[in-house]
Design a protein around this ligand. Structure first.
Ligand SMILES: [Zn+2]
Length: 483
């Protein structure tokens, strides 16, 4: 049937007479090429299946990410920008990457903000009719000014939004402590969506309240559950607005405070914080790479951020992302894999309170005319992998989505969501395709920025599966490119 139709189409308008035999030969050639293509594709896919299995096997049987994380969290510890811990983490990650024999390892200088918490905060609900004085768990928000040893006391006003604050206006706010108490929406299945819906209170609450003359702010912790641990996190002061102290309160004590306030409008609160802001300090991004062959000028970045909040060990945020990035390169070296493109592990400094590292990296990439084709960031915790988010043009997304069957056996399937990562964000305007490692999100905001983000909360297997998933994606991008 096909033969006849094509035969007619060729024979009718042809200038030269084409015989049926010639057409049959041409058709056979076409079919053969097609079959060869199918065979090659099948072979390539089988080869990719095998390579990806080797990657997972290595990560799960001889992986080093967990040992690396143990050292980074237990021996180095908290790593807030400008702290001795951050400096130690820089040296440690350089040492580790040199030890694994990457082709180049270097430090990229960057100036970072230097905020220090000082001695532990004091928070108290005062003169409750029912309960008297109640100590509560608070912590200063990163970047906040301190109250100093004399503390700050005052009446409170509870609000759920900036709109509500505006409606109250100066007459109800002046001289008061504003209590922002909008919870993360528990009905959002993606906890990052819930976080985005609440975090404006932490980031901008102090300046919003100060516009109406507030003396300080208490912000309900950004947590998915009711717990005793206050969650810190970055806040910023708007220009030309008075700077007032800002603290986070544990979700359990936020509930209690709200309940007591409903019963007693004159309730008072006392907060004492000792944080200080120092001049910017010198620090570094830490970079290690394996150089490519055929397209060595094309760079694929795999990354996490080295700094962490000071209240814990920064295990999920983002020790996990750092060790997974180093592990990806280590696995390639161990497999004897010779990449076509240059693969670079980057540990950014200062994601948490300034994003200076990510900004500096993109600035230097542009200045040195480097050609980055892809950047992957792991900064959603070391939990069970589900997929990757993407910020890229549609053709790239479609190509990567076509690789999904290769990841399916490892339960990595979600290539549908938009997104990248905070540190790699500044590379977007250089046309770099951005990928965010996407693990299960349900437990992340139990540990995020609080004292519970410690090594023991990370599962060895989950961490290793994440490292393997990231390596597999790099392998595919390296082999096939993104165009
Ligand atoms: Zn992070």
């Amino acid at each position: 049937m096909i033969h006849k139709n094509i035969g007619m189409a060729y024979s009718l308008p042809a200038v030269r007479h084409v015989t049926k035999i010639e057409i049959t030969i041409k058709m056979n050639k076409l079919i053969n090429s097609f079959l060869l293509l199918v065979a090659c594709y099948g072979y390539a896919q089988a080869q990719d299946d095998t390579t990806i299995k080797t990657i997972f096997d290595e990560a799960l049987s001889h992986g080093k990410s967990y040992e690396m994380l143990e050292h980074l969290t237990r021996k180095v510890g908290p790593r807030l920008s400008g702290s001795p811990g951050a400096a130690a983490a820089v040296e440690w990650s350089r040492h580790v990457m040199e030890g694994y024999g990457f082709d180049s390892v270097w430090l990229q200088p960057v100036m970072v903000p230097h905020w220090v918490r000082g001695q532990q905060e004091v928070g108290r609900i005062l003169n409750s009719k029912k309960m008297g004085t109640v100590p509560v768990n608070i912590c200063a928000l990163g970047g906040s000014i301190g109250t100093g040893p004399s503390g700050l006391a005052g009446q409170m006003v509870e609000v759920k939004s900036f709109d509500e604050l505006k409606q109250l206006g100066e007459k109800n706010v002046k001289g008061k402590i504003i209590f922002f108490n909008r919870p993360m929406d528990p009905t959002k299945l993606n906890t990052f969506t819930a976080y985005s819906g609440a975090v404006d209170q932490r980031g901008g609450g102090a300046s919003e309240a100060a516009k109406y003359g507030a003396s300080g702010v208490i912000v309900r912790s950004m947590g998915s559950n009711i717990t005793d641990y206050p969650h810190t996190g970055g806040m910023r002061y708007a220009p030309n607005v008075a700077q007032i102290p800002a603290v986070a309160i544990s979700t359990r004590h936020a509930e209690l405070l709200s309940k007591l306030l409903k019963e007693d409008k004159d309730l008072q609160f006392y907060m004492e914080t000792h944080c200080e802001i120092f001049p910017d300090a010198p620090s570094f991004n830490v970079i290690g790479e394996i150089r490519g062959g055929e397209y060595k000028d094309e760079i694929i970045v795999v990354s996490g951020h080295l700094d962490s909040w000071d209240l814990a060990e920064g295990a999920h945020d983002d020790g996990a992302g750092c060790v997974q990035s180093i592990e990806a390169l280590r696995i390639f070296k161990l497999m004897g894999y010779k990449p076509k493109r240059t693969i670079r592990a980057v540990m950014y400094m200062n994601e948490e309170n300034g994003l200076r590292g990510g900004t500096k990296y993109a600035e230097m990439a542009a200045k040195n005319k480097e050609k980055h084709i892809a950047a992957i960031e792991s900064d959603r915790g070391g939990f069970t992998p589900r997929g990757f988010t993407m910020t890229a043009d549609d053709a790239v997304k479609k190509k990567v989505q076509g690789w999904q069957p290769l990841f399916r056996p490892y339960d990595v399937w979600d290539f549908t969501q938009e997104g990248g990562g905070a540190d790699i964000g500044p590379l977007a305007n250089q046309g770099v395709a951005l990928f965010g490692f996407l693990p299960d999100s349900q437990r992340y905001f139990d540990y995020h920025h609080n004292s519970q983000d410690t090594f023991d909360k990370v599962s060895r297997r989950e961490l290793e599966l994440g490292a393997a998933s990231m390596s597999a994606l790099i392998y595919m991008i390296d082999k096939y490119g993104l165009k």
